[in-house]
Design a protein around this ligand. Structure first.
Ligand code: GLU
Length: 503
C-alpha cells in the first residue's frame, strides 16, 4: 500500500494494564510519524474496559513515554478534542447501546451460559480432542429465560452471531489479502456481564466514532481481525485500513521480554538513552527507508516513512546497535545540550548513580563545560557521565596501591616515578597541557623511564582510573593544587601498602 496522501486519523490505543512495552510504543511511533507526514491527527485513546487489570501507574507511564519520545498528541486524554471522551470507561453507554442495537437487528443475542457451564463444555471438548469453542447454545434462549436468569443473578453477556460457513477477507497494508474461514470462529462475547464491552466491540465503535482512517497495531491482532470484520458488517459500517506491524524479537529470535533487558521506553530513559536516538532506533524496528541509512533525524523519518516498507517479518531488537546509535547522537550534540542532558544524571544521589554525595549540588556547570570536550567523543550513555567525569569533581581519589604501577613496574619504581612527578607538579608553570607534556617527557628521560611508565602512575594517581581522557589536558583541568594533593596521596597509599606487606 502506498502512503495515504490525505490527512490520516490514527490512534494509539493502549490498555493501561502494565508499563508499555517497547513494541507497543513502536506502534504509537508509527502512528505519530504517519500523522505528521500527512498532516493528520495522532489520537491517544485509553482502553481501560478491563477494570480488574487497570493500573494507574501504567496509565501514567504511557503518557510519560509519549512525552519523553516527543510524540505529541493532537487529541486524547488531557488534550481534549472533538471526539472525546478518549477513555473507554467513560464511553460505556455507547457500547451498551450498540450491543442492544445488534440484538435488535438479529446480529447478537443475550447469553446466560455460566462460567461453570462454559468450563464443563471446554472439558468435554478437550476429552473429545475437539478445539475448545462456545457451542452457540445461547442462540436458542428465549427472552423469558434470559429474564429469569437475570433475576436469579446469573451473569448475562452479549454474543455476536457468527455465520457457520463462508469466509471474510481483508487487505492488510503490510501482508496483503488475508482470508479467514468462518467455521473456525465461535459466537464471541461483545458485552461482558459487567456491561463493559470487550476490546473487539469497543475499539470498533470508537474507531468509527473518532473517524480513524488507519488502524496501526501489532500483528498479534491479525487473528482477531475476522471478528472485527464481522462486527463492522453487523453494524453496517466500513472497516478502516489495517496496518499490522511485525513483532519485535530479541537477538535470540525469542519474543522480546525482560530476559533481554529493558523492555520499556522509560527504562531506556533511565539507562541514559536520548529520546531522539530511541525514536530513530525504534522506527527501524519493522521499517526501513529502502537503503542503508540508519541515523536519521525525526524530520527525515517523517519524510521518508512509508507503509509499503514496513516489513512483514519480525524485527530484531539489537541493543548494541541502540547503544551505538545513542553514541552517535551524543557525538552530534552541542556541548551545551549534552551538559543539559548529563546534569540530571550526574546530580542524582551517589546511590542512584550520581556523583559522590560529597560533591556540592548543583554541579558547577562552567567547570563541566570545561571538561566535557575531553570525554564527549567517548560517551555512549548519559549515565556514563558520572564514572567518566567523577574525578574532576571529587575532592579526592583513592586508587588501590596495586592499580598504580604501569606495565613492567614494581612498587619501588612506581614510587620513584610518583615522587619525581610530585616535585615537578609543585613547580611547573604554566600548568597547561602542552607545557606539562614537554616537562613530563623531559622528566621521564631524566629519571630513565619510558614516558608511558611515568605517565601511568600519574594517570591513576590523579584520576583513580587506568583509562582516562588525555593525561595533560586532564591534569590541567583538575588543577595544579589538586594534582599535587592527589599524587602526594597516591605516594602515601603506595607506602602504607608496602609497610603493611612488610609487617
Ligand atoms: N488496547 C489494545 C492493546 O493495547 C489496542 C490494540 C489496537 O491498537 O487496536 O493492545
Amino acid at each position: 500500500m502506498t502512503n495515504p496522501t490525505s490527512p490520516v486519523r490514527v490512534r494509539y490505543a493502549p490498555s493501561p494494564t502494565g508499563i508499555p512495552h517497547i513494541g507497543n510504543i513502536r506502534t504509537a511511533l508509527f502512528c505519530w510519524v504517519l500523522a505528521q507526514q500527512t498532516e493528520g491527527q495522532f489520537i491517544v485513546r485509553i482502553e481501560d474496559t478491563d477494570r480488574s487489570r487497570y493500573d494507574a501507574d501504567a496509565e501514567k507511564a504511557i503518557f510519560e513515554s509519549l512525552e519523553w519520545l516527543g510524540l505529541g498528541l493532537d487529541e486524547g486524554p488531557g488534550k481534549g478534542g472533538n471526539y472525546g471522551p478518549y477513555v473507554q470507561s467513560e464511553r460505556q453507554q455507547t457500547y451498551i447501546d450498540a450491543a442492544h442495537r445488534l440484538i435488535e437487528s438479529g446480529h447478537a443475542y443475550f447469553d446466560d451460559t455460566t462460567p461453570e457451564q462454559l468450563h464443563a463444555l471446554r472439558e468435554r471438548q478437550r476429552a473429545a480432542k475437539q478445539p475448545p469453542r462456545y457451542d452457540g447454545r445461547g442462540r436458542h434462549r428465549s427472552p423469558e429465560e434470559i429474564e429469569e436468569s437475570r433475576k436469579a443473578g446469573l451473569p448475562i453477556t452479549v454474543r455476536l452471531k457468527v455465520p457457520d460457513h463462508g469466509s471474510v477477507s481483508f487487505v492488510d497494508a503490510v501482508r496483503g489479502k488475508i482470508t479467514f474461514e468462518l467455521k473456525e470462529l465461535d459466537d464471541f462475547v461483545i458485552l461482558k456481564s459487567d456491561e463493559m464491552p470487550t476490546y473487539h466491540l469497543a475499539h470498533i465503535l470508537d474507531d468509527q466514532a473518532m473517524g480513524i482512517t488507519h488502524v496501526i497495531r501489532g500483528d498479534e491482532w491479525i487473528s482477531s481481525t475476522p471478528r472485527h470484520l464481522l462486527i463492522h458488517q453487523a453494524l453496517g459500517i466500513e472497516p478502516p485500513e489495517y496496518v499490522h506491524v511485525p513483532l519485535i524479537l530479541g537477538k535470540d529470535k525469542a519474543k522480546l521480554s525482560k530476559r533481554h533487558g529493558a523492555t520499556s521506553a522509560l527504562e531506556y530513559r533511565d539507562l541514559g538513552f536520548l529520546p531522539d536516538a530511541v525514536f530513530n532506533f525504534m522506527c527501524l524496528l519493522g521499517w526501513s527507508p529502502g537503503d542503508d541509512t540508519e541515523v536519521m533525524a525525526r524530520e527525515e523519518i517523517v519524510k521518508r516513512f512509508s507503509i509499503d516498507r514496513i516489513n512483514d517479518s519480525p524485527a530484531t531488537f539489537d541493543s548494541e546497535k541502540l547503544e551505538w546509535m545513542n553514541g552517535v547522537y551524543i557525538r552530534n550534540m552541542s556541548e551545551d545540550d549534552l551538559i543539559t542532558q548529563l546534569l540530571p544524571f550526574m546530580e542524582r544521589s551517589e546511590a542512584e548513580g550520581g556523583l559522590p554525595d560529597s560533591v556540592a549540588r548543583p554541579i558547577d556547570r562552567d567547570y563541566l563545560k570545561q571538561v566535557i570536550p575531553l570525554v564527549h567523543e567517548r560517551l555512549k550513555l548519559l549515565t556514563e557521565g558520572t564514572e567518566t567525569l567523577d574525578f574532576f569533581f571529587a575532592d579526592n581519589v583513592n586508587p588501590a596501591a596495586e592499580d598504580l604501577p604501569g606495565r613492567k613496574m614494581d612498587a619501588e619504581m612506581t614510587e620513584r616515578a610518583l615522587v619525581a612527578a610530585l616535585e615537578l607538579c609543585k613547580d611547573v608553570s604554566p600548568f597547561e597541557p602542552e607545557h606539562l607534556e614537554a616537562e613530563y617527557r623531559a622528566l621521564a628521560e631524566k629519571i630513565e623511564m619510558k614516558p608511558g611508565q611515568l605517565f601511568s602512575p600519574i594517570r591513576v594517581a590523579t584520576t583513580g582510573k587506568s583509562f582516562a581522557p588525555p593525561l595533560f589536558d586532564t591534569m590541567a583541568a583538575i588543577g595544579q593544587e589538586r594534582c599535587v594533593e592527589r599524587i602526594d596521596n597516591a605516594i602515601g597509599i603506595l607506602r602504607s601498602a608496602a609497610a603493611t606487606s612488610a609487617d
